[in-house]
Design a protein around this ligand. Structure first.
Ligand SMILES: NC(=O)c1ccc[n+]([C@@H]2O[C@H](COP(=O)([O-])OP(=O)(O)OC[C@H]3O[C@@H](n4cnc5c(N)ncnc54)[C@H](O)[C@@H]3O)[C@@H](O)[C@H]2O)c1
Length: 484
């Protein structure tokens, strides 16, 4: 039995002495399971580690052949404004140490397998055992883990980075490995750890993996040590120290608690948004006043809604785990947070329908911004989606603009050019995403200038008072601002 020896970042030891000969140490093989938003970037970070320690193989499903082909052709499959993506690719190309495949047989060669696959929550599906409006099935995740355990080396390190219901490593991953190893007559020398990603889209995509804090754990001391040693070779842990938690359930819980905390803070402000609108006050001004108090600096502001892959599901994974994996109570506040956040775009829709009381069909509406976050082109679970769908169902004539999203994959729609936003013919403009460029490049000014009197819906409160004052011919409907 041995713990894998990984070199901490900064140490160089590609050569070592064997007898009288100098020999090159064979690089460890790291296989990344899942080449989506997280796994594709993680694969590049591992391949471009400072000391050239690893050969990296990315595995995805045969149904995702397009992504595999792109990666093998040196094309990153996720739209990204981060220049470090191409820098990492260039390092991997020079080293010739990264390739992608759908061949699950490559797990047999892995010293480390990093699990970056999705584990989805299905909303709107009533759980057969519980009175919830969502369901979780672990079967695809279990199958994916089994595909590793069925062929891997006996002392492999499996590092689960996927967001999973707390308890998954202990109650699912480890038993599957034990079962498969029994079938293979192997001693259970495998190591299993958990460390969650805090990866973010945008210009800091790679750094959100390489230069960021990490929490980790293992199913036992040996596994936790191996995870720590591995992470030290790819993350700048001197600047961003690692935090070890006592067991895998704890670090799995840390991930979903972290995201539930944020989801709940956003949901919390929604009822105050509505209160402020009714009470004719400016909630943004109130929040700025409260934020002066150091303990309250992260109180959230109103918005259109919550998007991305994590906040929209992770609180539900937590509640599901409490009920299904631990036979305990659901987490009603966390579940409710997701429900409230999912309904947030409906609030803006309500304001729009109220404005067009006489009927909205055939109105010309421009949506500025599709991405779920400002200044990035990421449309996963964007709150603009339900708003767009609801308006489209009402026969609104819609134009879409997003400088970061030239093509909206989910709807197979091209977005319009800057020039096309200035036709002057809109009955309303909705600021779907408060991209900085709308204000810096004064595209919004140009639209306000060119357009006939219209309504501007601003769910994020991002149009300043001076801009509004400069264009008094338009009506402004700002979420959370009963005073406007
Ligand atoms: N997206 C984020 O911002 C983010 C941040 C932190 C953590 N996470 C978590 O990381 C995990 C991955 O997220 P993502 O955004 O990359 O998801 P994703 O859907 O973009 O990618 C998952 C990939 O895994 C592949 N896959 C599924 N089953 C597989 C299998 N058996 N073998 C090989 N490949 C398989 C899918 O085809 C897909 O390409 C999730 O658990 C997510 O919650 C995501």
């Amino acid at each position: 039995m041995h713990i894998l020896q990984f070199l901490p970042a900064g140490e160089h030891a590609q050569k070592h002495e064997t007898g009288s000969h100098n020999s090159i140490v064979k690089k460890k093989t790291v296989v990344i399971q899942g080449l989506g938003f997280v796994g594709a970037a993680m694969a590049l970070v591992v391949a471009s580690n400072p000391n050239d320690l690893y050969d990296v193989i990315g595995v995805d499903l045969p149904s995702n052949a397009g992504v595999i082909d792109k990666l093998n052709a040196g094309e990153f499959p996720v739209r990204s404004s981060d220049p470090k993506v191409s820098e990492c690719f260039e390092v991997a190309r020079r080293r010739n140490n990264f390739r992608a495949t759908s061949d699950q047989g490559v797990y047999a060669r892995a010293d480390v397998v990093v699990v970056d696959i999705n584990l989805d929550v299905h909303k709107g599906v009533r759980d057969e055992h519980l009175d919830t409006s969502y369901s979780v099935t672990l079967d695809p995740f279990r199958d994916a883990i089994r595909s590793i355990a069925a062929v891997c080396k006996q002392d492999v390190l499996v590092l689960v980075e996927s967001t999973v219901p707390p308890g998954t490593c202990k109650k699912l991953v480890k038993p599957v490995f034990e079962e498969e190893f029994r079938k293979r007559n192997l001693p259970c020398e495998f190591m299993i750890g958990h460390s969650y990603e805090r990866v973010m889209p945008g210009p800091g995509y790679i750094d959100s993996i390489r230069n960021f804090y990490r929490v980790y754990s293992g199913i036992d001391e040996k596994s936790a040590d191996a995870v720590e040693a591995f992470l030290k070779t790819i993350i700048s842990t001197d600047e961003y120290p690692l935090t070890r938690l006592g067991n895998t359930t704890a670090s799995e819980m840390a991930k979903v608690l972290e995201n539930s905390f944020r989801a709940m803070n956003i949901a919390f402000i929604q009822e105050w948004t509505e209160f402020a609108e009714t009470a004719d006050v400016n909630l943004f001004e109130i929040i700025d006043a409260i934020r002066m108090r150091p303990t309250h600096r992260n109180i959230m502001k109103p918005g259109l809604g919550v998007g991305g892959y994590c906040l929209t599901k992770d609180p539900l994974l937590a509640s599901w785990s409490s009920q299904h994996l631990f036979g305990a109570k659901r987490l009603p506040q966390s579940e409710r947070a997701v429900e409230i956040n999912d309904q947030m775009p409906g609030h803006t829709l309500g304001l729009i329908l109220q404005h067009f009381r006489e009927g909205i069909a055939d109105k010309n509406i421009l949506i500025l911004g599709i991405s779920y976050l400002p200044n990035v082109g990421d449309t996963r679970s964007t709150p603009v989606d339900p708003l767009f769908a609801a308006l489209r169902d009402r026969q609104v004539r819609l134009a879409l603009h997003d400088p970061y999203v030239p093509f909206w994959e989910e709807y197979q729609l091209e977005t319009c050019s800057d020039e096309e936003t200035q036709t002057g013919d809109y009955d309303a403009v909705i600021l779907g995403t408060a991209h900085k460029t709308y204000f810096d490049d004064s595209l919004l000014h140009k639209i306000l200038n060119a357009n006939k009197p219209m309504a501007l819906f601003d769910p994020h409160g991002s149009v300043s008072d001076p801009i509004r004052a400069g264009f008094p011919q338009h009506s402004y409907i700002v979420t959370g601002r009963g005073d406007v």
